[in-house]
Design a protein around this ligand. Structure first.
Ligand code: AMP
Length: 272
């Protein structure tokens, strides 16, 4: 991959890149289309990164279907699919990790302490291997996108980072590989995330700008579903991710819940 990237760069080709953990859905494909419009050669990586899973998380159970991913990649005009082995990225005696000081101390970082360290570490490795000019990440993982932008700024990576909007099912559920864990009877409860976000947007438009009230409203909404355990409901600054008391112009509303063992996240920028 590194040799190929070198040759492409020497021939003046612009490399676009979309890193994923596979089990591709329309959300991933939308990122491939954004990248495709910005580059000459499109690279997709499929790698379930063990470093971003905690000891009791779903590394083993994470859904996989490489054959189907390759078919979809072909249909989207992907030029190279990079599928490294665990041992290629984390060879014996591996010791180097990349960690940000503040941004992982919010939202998902609080309940998933090793997650962002794993993400930033693997993304650094992938940047050094794929040598992309432009990389696209989804706003579905808003905190991840903010963290990658900060890392690229801090460490002077010569790469452009683009964000792609959240792609949803027709009923509003944000697409996610983990939706494969959901049983049909859990669908209604899973929809509560996107419904809370839409409802909150309406409340903000109607003048409810205090975070406390919006968070309380969301909490009550989730309380209707016995199977939902709220991890966080946060109204925060879109850049620092620090909680804010009152929405002035706009703010991020970010949600994470556990639905009988399936972790679901969603977010929306609320504007007033
Ligand atoms: P994953 O395979 O879950 O690690 O995701 C790979 C990339 O796809 C990340 O940049 C995600 O933010 C992005 N992504 C996942 N789901 C969606 C979605 N529903 N809409 C847009 N991007 C998404």
């Amino acid at each position: 991959m590194q040799g190929r990237a070198d040759r492409l760069r020497m021939s003046g080709r612009r490399i676009g890149f979309v890193p994923t953990m596979g089990f591709l859905h329309e959300g991933h494909l939308s990122l491939l289309r954004i990248a495709k419009a910005q580059c000459d050669v499109l690279v997709l990586s499929v790698f379930i990164n063990p470093a971003q899973f905690g000891p009791h998380e779903d590394l083993e159970a994470y859904p996989r279907n490489l054959e189907h991913d390759l078919d979809l990649a072909r249909q989207e005009g992907v030029d190279v699919v990079f599928v490294p082995a665990d041992k290629t990225l984390y060879q014996e005696n591996y010791q180097s990790y990349v960690e940000l000081e503040k941004l992982p101390g919010h939202l998902c970082g609080l309940s998933r302490p090793v997650f962002f360290r794993g993400v930033t570490t693997v993304v650094c490795q992938l940047f050094n291997i794929v040598k992309p000019h432009v990389v696209v990440f989804g706003e579905k993982d808003f905190q991840q996108l903010v963290i990658i932008r900060q890392m690229v700024r801090d460490l002077k990576f010569d790469v452009e980072i683009l964000g792609g909007p959240i792609i949803r099912e027709e009923d509003g559920l944000a697409m996610s590989s983990r939706n494969a864990y959901l049983k049909p009877e859990q669908r209604e409860a899973a929809l509560s995330l996107s419904r809370v976000l839409v409802q909150s947007e309406e409340l903000v438009a109607a003048g409810m700008v205090e975070s406390k009230k919006l968070v309380e409203n969301a909490r009550q909404f989730f309380a209707q579903y016995g199977d939902i355990e709220v991890d966080y409901i946060s109204i925060c600054d879109t850049e620092t991710l620090e909680e804010i008391a009152e929405i002035k112009n706009s703010a991020l509303m970010a949600l994470a819940v556990n639905l009988k063992g399936t972790r679901l996240i969603d977010n929306r920028v609320l504007s007033c």
